[in-house]
Design a protein around this ligand. Structure first.
Ligand code: NI
Length: 214
């Protein structure tokens, strides 16, 4: 048996093998490129990972002092967003927080507790001072320019929206969770709105006892 076209069967087998290998390589490269592009697109549209919560900010406290993320380092922090005209969520959370801080006693000063306004238009430092005088004195109220507040909200992935009222005034809908940050300013978890007090207490204990190694 001999062939007159396309060389010997052996040569044709080698050609076929080359073609197959080339096709596999091309497919592999194409699918890798598609996978990379797809993951980049996903990365752009999906929610950020928990490690992306928090970061640099620069705001003004209720005493008129500038406070940045750098000032918080060395102590764990509880960070909560709200506004002083809030009818329900904020006073409830701040009352619960006041209870927990009272229980801690002196240890409360080993913690930073921040109430960051989502309504800088109305919540001036003076307004925050007036409002927070009803709660534990360890709670720091923070306000700032519209853009400084928008920046910190974006870093914490906080949602807030103005809801117009009939009288021309407005209320706000906003994220109610409390962010727990470690001594290095890294996000470690959330306290949920109106979760059992025992659970919040246990989370707070853990946060205060975490030495943060490395
Ligand atoms: Ni509120």
């Amino acid at each position: 048996m001999s062939s007159t076209k396309g060389g010997s069967p052996k040569a044709r087998n080698i050609q076929r093998a080359y073609f197959t290998v080339t096709a596999i390589v091309v497919l592999a490269v194409l699918s890798a490129a598609i996978a990379v592009t797809w993951s980049r697109l996903q990365g752009r549209s999906s929610l950020p990972s928990s490690s992306g919560v928090g970061g640099a900010f620069s705001l003004i406290d209720q005493r008129g002092n500038r406070v940045t993320d750098r000032d918080l380092l060395g102590k764990p922090a509880l960070v909560f967003f709200g506004f002083t005209n809030c009818p329900d969520v904020c006073p409830t959370t701040l009352t619960e927080m006041t209870g927990l801080l009272k229980e801690l006693g002196k240890e409360a000063s080993e913690l930073n507790v921040l109430f960051i306004t989502v309504d800088p238009q109305r919540d001036t430092p003076q307004q925050l001072a007036l409002y927070l005088s009803s709660f534990d004195p360890h709670i720091t109220g923070l306000s700032g320019t519209e853009s400084d507040v928008a920046a910190v909200m974006a870093k914490y992935h906080v949602y807030a929206r103005k809801i117009p009222l009939k009288d021309g005034d407005y209320t706000m809908d906003h994220t109610a969770a409390i962010y727990m940050m470690n001594r290095k300013g890294q996000f470690v978890g959330l306290m949920s709105y109106q979760e059992p007090e025992e659970l919040s207490r246990a989370k707070l204990r853990k946060l205060l006892s975490d030495p943060v190694k490395g």
